[in-house]
Design a protein around this ligand. Structure first.
Ligand SMILES: [Zn+2]
Length: 274
């Protein structure tokens, strides 16, 4: 089942995109359109659906929140169709130029990442439209190049993949929990009503959910450190914390999406990885 659903959050229009092989998609991703600004471009597997929607939007400029293929997947067809600038962080612009290796699970749900040299590094720490001013806030952790867009007057926070869910069950190999904790603290300090997460947008209660996620990570981090200092290896730590590996996801992703990666992330950030 291919899903391409248009949703509105006040004046912001969005498209929710996802693929399901046995019914509704288990994961989906949102791209947003507001006042001539497009935020993200959806996954390559749904290029047709994304482009059909994008062609109905007024697009003066686009911003890519981070290089992952469910956000940067249709930069090439969008650039060809509109000819308008597409921006991202300097690191995002670099990462999308290279071949990004993704696992089978990612390829099944998002498609194969497309090489592109069409993301221009943004040189300002804001982006402006006719009616709005968006502050660009670096929020590394989920990926090193990730940026949030904050419209202070309206109380809108486009948080990329910094939220997703208050409880996280697996990490991709390169994620950093320490950086995510710092980024969540930054976002919680902002004044906003609407949390425009790229996977789970929330009209209400977004800040509370971010606070819950921060508390979850802080507790998780502390527990890993506690057991690591007693000399336990990563798999024993995971077990002692009462967490289980998600073996189907682990196998389908070749270990790229795994509970144990959360433990490894803490050990790496603390210089305890062996
Ligand atoms: Zn991502």
């Amino acid at each position: 089942m291919r899903v391409a659903k248009v949703r509105h959050f006040g004046p912001i229009e969005s498209i929710q995109l996802g693929v399901g092989y046995f019914g509704p998609p288990p994961v989906s991703v949102y791209a947003y359109s507001i006042d001539g600004l497009l935020i993200d471009t959806g996954p390559p597997i749904l290029a047709k659906e994304f482009m059909a929607w994008a062609k109905k939007q007024t697009i003066n400029q686009t911003f890519i929140t981070h290089h992952h293929e469910d956000h940067s997947g249709n930069v090439n067809p969008l650039a060809a169709a509109t000819g308008t600038p597409i921006y991202g962080s300097a690191l995002c612009s670099d990462l999308v130029k290279g071949k990004v290796h993704t696992c089978l699970a990612q390829k099944l749900f998002w498609g194969t990442p497309q090489y592109t040299d069409k993301v221009t590094p943004i040189e300002t720490n804001f982006i402006e439209t006719n009616k709005h001013h968006f502050e660009l806030i670096p929020i590394p952790g989920h990926s090193a190049d990730q940026i949030a867009l904050y419209e202070a007057e309206e109380g809108w926070l486009f948080s990329a993949d910094a939220f997703v869910s208050p409880i996280i069950k697996y990490f991709m190999r390169q994620e950093s929990m320490k950086q995510q904790i710092a980024s969540l603290r930054k976002l919680i300090a902002l004044d906003f009503d609407l949390l425009l997460c790229c996977h789970t947008p929330l009209m209400k209660g977004g800040k509370d959910q971010l606070i819950q996620k921060l508390a979850f990570f802080e507790q998780y981090y502390g527990q890993v450190l506690h057991w690591a200092k007693l000399g336990d290896p990563p798999h024993t730590i995971l077990k002692k914390m009462g967490k289980k590996e998600r073996w189907s996801g682990y196998l389908l992703s070749g270990g790229n999406m795994a509970a144990i990666n959360m433990v490894h992330s803490v050990l790496r950030d603390e210089g305890l990885a062996r």
